[in-house]
Ligand binder design. Structure first.
Ligand code: HGY
Ligand code: MN
Ligand code: MN
Length: 414
């Protein structure tokens, strides 16, 4: 068995170990600040320490491990992904990038390879944004773009972000201390594709050329609650029927423009729901994405118009609260040239993909050049317990990533 295969087996074993650390036995749910998140973070930090990295957890809750290069004042290269998950998640979305990054550094340390630059491995604490419906909390903190207005945002149980930071041992007034201020060589993230292209093409890895922009919106529909038995149909202002018509209108619009946008309503809440009450208030999420900035803003404006028209016809009030918006991000051409070469050196066909999913590379792109590779996953399934990755594809990704780091080192001339 080759060294790459052995390392891939160890990576998969650690991913399996992390998958057992969950808020709900039998499924993978590990949201920001939960006890399961804290346990997983401690596990990763212990692996980092065993690998000989200098470790620390920062105020927002990321765990960071550093492998100094030959020249400590040289630039620093960031390798990262996230430790948190969605609800009933797969076990690879996030942990694959963290554990593969750990493997890369472990291999360098074990073989006493001193690079001409420093490497910092980061396990981000909240990429998904499940708890506070605002994503990239960990990566925004280190990119210096964390919005302090979020500190008082409460989760569904009324616990504020500030309280979670304190529970994690952080100081919400010192978040800016953790922003990366040093000279950065770039950022690299290994992530499952979460789409079907590599699976259908039977190719193990892809180069990521860009990451789609997204808008996350909360829609609140306010009608008139009433008795299900006594209010005639013609006299109702049913917030749920209005939301339902809007949701179909959103789908219809996105299908018509399928070439460049996707739109999803993933959360729907009937406030004070009861089977014998006409819904007076309904909240839902709206997630709109496109790799093309102009199309994204066109789609947001067009959908807002469609929703406003439906609500006016039904005499229902609607608020459109933008929770988060990020522009599309282009990955760095120079890093991608080196990645392109590394994929070829490893003996694989080079495929370039745009990422429809968001990644922590997005906030980091504001402070350094970013790069990503995708690893094939089973039928492109993700955000699902069916998420799976073949050991042969992990082996391929180890080979590519090793080549990439060594090629970066040989090209390094700062
Ligand atoms: O939603 C996303 O794009 C990512 O999985 N957080
Ligand atoms: Mn992810
Ligand atoms: Mn995800």
């Amino acid at each position: 068995m080759s060294n790459y295969q052995e390392r891939a087996n160890e990576i998969l074993a650690r991913i399996d170990e992390l998958a057992k650390i969950t808020e709900e036995p039998g499924i993978v749910t590990r949201t920001y600040g939960s006890d399961a998140f804290i346990e997983a973070r401690e596990k990763v930090e212990s692996w980092m320490r065993t690998a000989g990295l200098e470790t620390r957890t920062d105020n927002i809750g990321n765990v960071r491990g550093r492998l100094p290069g030959k020249n400590p004042i040289a630039k620093t290269f960031i390798i990262a992904s996230h430790l948190d998950s969605v609800v009933n998640a797969g076990k690879f979305d996030g942990p694959l990038g963290v554990i593969m990054g750990l493997d890369l550094l472990e291999n360098l340390a074990e073989n006493k390879i001193q690079l001409p630059f420093n490497i910092e491995l980061i396990a981000f604490c909240d990429e998904e944004g499940v708890r506070f419906h605002s994503t990239y909390l960990g990566s925004k903190a280190i990119a210096g773009s964390f919005e302090t207005s979020l500190l008082d945002k409460a989760d569904k149980d009324g616990v504020t972000l500030k309280e979670v930071i304190q529970k994690l041992g952080g100081n919400e007034n010192r978040l800016s201390d953790d922003a990366l201020k040093e000279d950065l060589l770039g950022y690299f993230e290994i992530h499952i594709e979460q789409g079907p292209v590599l699976y259908d093409a039977n190719i193990p890895v892809a180069l990521v050329s860009a990451i789609a922009g997204q808008q996350r919106i909360e829609l609140v529909f306010t009608g008139v609650a009433g008795h299900a038995g006594t209010v005639p149909m013609g006299k109702r202002h049913d917030a749920l029927c209005c939301a339902a018509e809007c949701i179909s209108g959103i789908e219809e619009f996105a299908i018509d423009h399928k070439t460049n946008i996707v739109a999803t309503v993933g959360k729907l809440e009937i406030v004070d729901a009861a089977s014998n009450v006409i819904p007076g208030k309904v909240k839902c999420s709206l997630d709109i994405r496109s790799a093309d900035e102009v199309r994204l803003s066109f789609a947001c404006n067009a959908l807002k118009k469609i929703i406003t028209e439906i609500c006016t016809n039904r005499n229902i009030a609607c608020t459109w609260n933008i929770i988060q918006e990020t522009d599309p991000v282009a990955c760095d051409p120079n890093l991608n040239n080196t990645l392109h070469q590394s994929i070829k050196n490893a003996g694989y066909e080079v495929v370039e993909l745009v990422s429809g999913a968001g990644h922590d590379a997005v906030p980091l792109s504001a402070i350094c050049p970013v790069s990503m590779i995708f690893v094939r996953c089973y039928k492109g399934i993700s955000h699902s317990p069916l998420e799976d990755v073949e050991i042969t594809d992990i082996t391929a990704a180890v080979k590519v990533a090793d080549n990439f780091i060594l090629n970066l080192a040989s090209n390094y001339n700062q």
